[in-house]
Design a protein around this ligand. Structure first.
Ligand code: F3S
Length: 276
């Protein structure tokens, strides 16, 4: 059986940076926590917990020590509230997510109705939206949401970094007819499109496709959807232990890719299990 492993599988720049910052902080500090999980990988979060990094959900729970801001950022209100506390902040927000937050801030301060293309419940989206402090802001997940937008004179679009370019393009098209002036910031991260394009190409060649990553990871779920559209025999797994041998019945080629928050050791274990 041939295995096609995506070169882009695993940590992106922002996740690698956040993870390194978290492990370094854990080495040098005693009281340390993260506000929400650092990245969407339960297995990596567990490793950090072993090093003493607790995951806290609310600013109110943090009473001192050091707090790490996760790769996809927090809301401006949370950051302000942390600033008022006696805590040291290690900001591991990915610089590309920061850019999207800055664009939302700029657009709203310049009087644009802000449209964020993304998933309403995702922490990155909630973070970006919080920076649009003035005027109206809408989160639009799909073309139907865009159709439902009210008309306005000036509209500014920002995207969740892990969105697909196709979704952004379709929504931009609909928004063109919703306003007189449209400003677009393409804040989709290159790492996402490179990973998605490679996944498409591998899924076309594979009889079975494995997508590795947290079930709570938006980019992994999207990757699994993209692969499933091309190859219905696509399985989304978090660890090698979830692989079932009957998935590979009659398969000659197995494709493997992984989300941006999937640690290398998990990918290696999956490859080994498939080879076995
Ligand atoms: Fe940053 Fe792009 Fe990764 S936005 S966290 S480098 S997917």
């Amino acid at each position: 059986m041939k295995i096609l492993l995506a070169q882009s599988a695993g940590f992106c720049f922002g996740v690698r940076r956040a993870t390194t910052m978290a492990f370094e902080a854990a080495e040098s500090r005693d009281r340390i926590c993260s506000l929400g999980p650092i990245i969407h990988s339960p297995q990596l979060v567990e490793k950090l917990e072993e090093k003493g990094v607790r995951v806290l959900r609310q600013v109110e729970e943090i009473t001192g020590g050091t707090v790490i801001i996760r790769s996809h950022g927090v809301t401006s209100q949370e950051l302000d509230a942390l600033g008022e506390r006696d805590v040291e902040i290690v900001d591991a927000t990915c610089p590309f997510v920061k850019k999207a937050q800055e664009h939302a801030d700029l657009l709203s301060s310049e009087g644009y109705t802000v449209v964020l293309v993304g998933e309403k419940d995702h922490p990155e989206v909630q973070g970006i939206v919080s920076y649009a402090r003035q005027g109206d802001v809408y989160v639009v997940a799909d073309p139907e949401d865009a159709v439902a937008l009210p008309r306005c004179s000036r509209m500014g679009i920002v995207a969740q970094t892990t969105q697909s370019i196709e979704n952004l393009r379709t929504i931009v098209d609909i928004c063109l007819e919703k306003c007189k002036e449209l400003r677009i910031y393409n804040t989709i991260c290159d790492a996402t499109s490179v990973r998605q394009n490679e996944a498409r190409s591998i899924a076309r060649q594979a009889d079975v496709m494995l997508v590795i990553g947290g079930f709570n990871s938006a980019n992994t779920n999207r990757l699994a959807r993209i692969c499933r559209d091309i190859q219905p025999r696509t399985h989304h797994i978090e660890t090698a232990g979830q692989i079932e041998s009957q998935w590979f019945d009659g398969a000659k080629t197995v494709g493997i890719t992984a989300g941006a928050s999937t640690p290398r050791w998990i990918i290696d274990e999956v490859v080994k299990r498939v080879q076995a």
